[in-house]
Write a protein that binds this ligand. Structure first.
Ligand code: LLP
Length: 435
């Protein structure tokens, strides 16, 4: 079913990573995030192997923390040997607390605060992906204060349309991210960076978007970035060492989505890079990637308990669950498709069409509209598949809903990795002023 870690047991229940999801829901309560640790490791291995095969040992296959971030995850990533991209002091703190090596971190973000920059430099973060001139100035000043030279990449926008939802396109010229090549501003910033003290410009970065299935947007981006690198060499004599092409490989959420061919994507980028460098007569920079969704999405599943089945005569059916946009805002934000299964009736036919509604006081709090599911009633367990990326990472406390627990499964053993929030947790930072 969709991915090989999702199966149906002899008892008709939905299984995830070899475990009965109905039993897990009983043991830990709902809503509940599940993480398949073996799948994360398998995805890391396929990714690392592919990156090394085409781009050599010098390349660092990075994981994009923004897709999924919790303490124990960095233990797994460290063991598997990835690097990580972090986009905030919070992600950096989490990774450091788990003992993840700072030199294998890339610090991202279009508006890092001065405090975050200082925290990153003090912690020995390997690379800053610098978004703009002001940031460059601060990185340079802060590095000088600590007597270090900080390695940096400049984030550029190559002006690519990767055919994905507009909210997740990030590489077009009119973007809040990075500096545009097309307008000449990227060249200006590069020349400025080359003159700055205490920073060492190792190369350039771009990220064109997310949930991309085709290989052409990636190889098009590589070509544009390499042309820029060639232009920089022509104008300044400096040849970049590193080109980070970001993340964005798509994942199957529903049967209609294709199975992504990661080997084909990397192979076509490699061909583009080799052809280009041969023609221009220069050595290829080290090519890096930072995949998030590809690593984390199919390693996750969310379990809910059904509260009611409401059939509005002449209109539609609503299934209300005990979570919603607070633990998974992706349908509300991007109308993202998901596959939904009634976990305790997984072997029954999907004979009902229903809208899966969350508990927030907001009509847009939906997980999916008009989706085929098994007939269900109060007390049934409803599973939403492939929720490992951008679900827990984007969770909120709207309507004062405590965040769900997360359970990690490895070799058919389940362990709690994130405790369910309590009402006390919600008040942790609040102060009642005495009257
Ligand atoms: N690198 C950079 C600079 C990024 O901005 C992103 C994602 C990635 C890497 C990882 O992209 P991935 O491999 O996961 O596609 N919340 C949206 C996705 C936003 C993606 C933001 N940037 C969603 O739920 O679909």
């Amino acid at each position: 079913m969709l991915h090989d870690n999702i199966t149906i047991g002899n008892n008709g229940h939905l299984y995830f990573a070899g475990m009965d999801t109905v039993e897990l829901a009983k043991k830990y309560g709902t809503p509940l995030y599940l993480v398949d640790e073996n799948k994360i490791r398998e995805n890391c291995r396929i990714y690392i192997e592919c990156v090394k095969k085409y781009f050599g040992e010098k390349s660092i296959p990075l994981f994009a923390s923004k897709s999924l971030c919790y303490l124990d995850l960095y233990r797994i990533l460290k063991e598997e040997g990835t690097g990580v991209d972090v986009v905030s002091g919070g992600e950096l703190y989490t990774a450091l607390k788990a003992g993840f090596p700072a030199e294998r971190m890339f610090f991202h973000g279009n508006n890092k605060t001065d405090e975050e920059i200082e925290y990153g430099i003090k912690s020995g973060v390997g690379y800053f992906v610098v978004d703009n001139k002001e940031e460059l100035d601060t990185v340079s000043e802060t590095a000088s204060k600590y007597g270090v030279t900080q390695k940096i990449l400049l984030r550029l926008s190559p002006g690519i349309d990767p055919h994905t939802h507009k909210a997740v396109v990030t590489g077009s010229v009119d973007s809040k991210f990075g500096t545009a090549i097309e307008t000449g501003q990227a060249m200006e910033l590069t020349k400025y960076a080359l003159k700055k003290p205490n920073v060492y410009l190792v190369g350039f970065h771009c990220h064109i978007g997310s949930q991309i299935f085709e290989h052409t947007p990636f190889s098009d981006a590589a070509k544009i970035m390499l042309q820029f690198i060639a232009d920089v060499r022509a104008e300044t004599g400096v040849l970049a060492d590193m080109l980070n092409l970001g993340g964005g490989i798509g994942v199957r959420y529903v049967e209609e989505h294709p199975e992504v061919d990661i080997d084909l994507i990397f192979r076509s980028i490699k061909n583009e890079v080799d052809n280009f460098c041969r023609k221009k007569g220069f050595e290829s920079p080290t090519i890096l990637f930072e995949m998030g969704r590809y690593i984390s999405a199919n390693a996750g599943m969310t379990l809910y308990t059904v509260g009611s089945f409401k059939s509005i005569t002449g209109y539609k059916n609503y299934v209300s669950i005990d979570g919603g946009m607070t633990d998974n805002p992706r349908y509300a934000l991007y109308q993202s498709p998901y596959t939904v299964v009634v976990a305790n009736r997984a072997n029954e036919e999907k004979s009902v069409v229903a809208t899966i509604a969350g508990r927030c006081c907001e009509s847009g709090d939906l997980i999916q509209e008009d989706v085929a599911i098994q007939p269900c009633k109060k007390g049934d367990i409803l599973a939403v598949l492939v929720t490992g990326a951008y679900n827990y990472a984007m969770a909120s406390h709207y309507n004062r809903l405590p965040k769900p627990a997360m359970v990690s499964i490895r070799d058919k053993a389940d362990r709690l990795v994130v405790r369910r929030e309590t009402y006390e947790d919600l008040l942790r930072n609040e102060i009642l002023i005495e009257s």
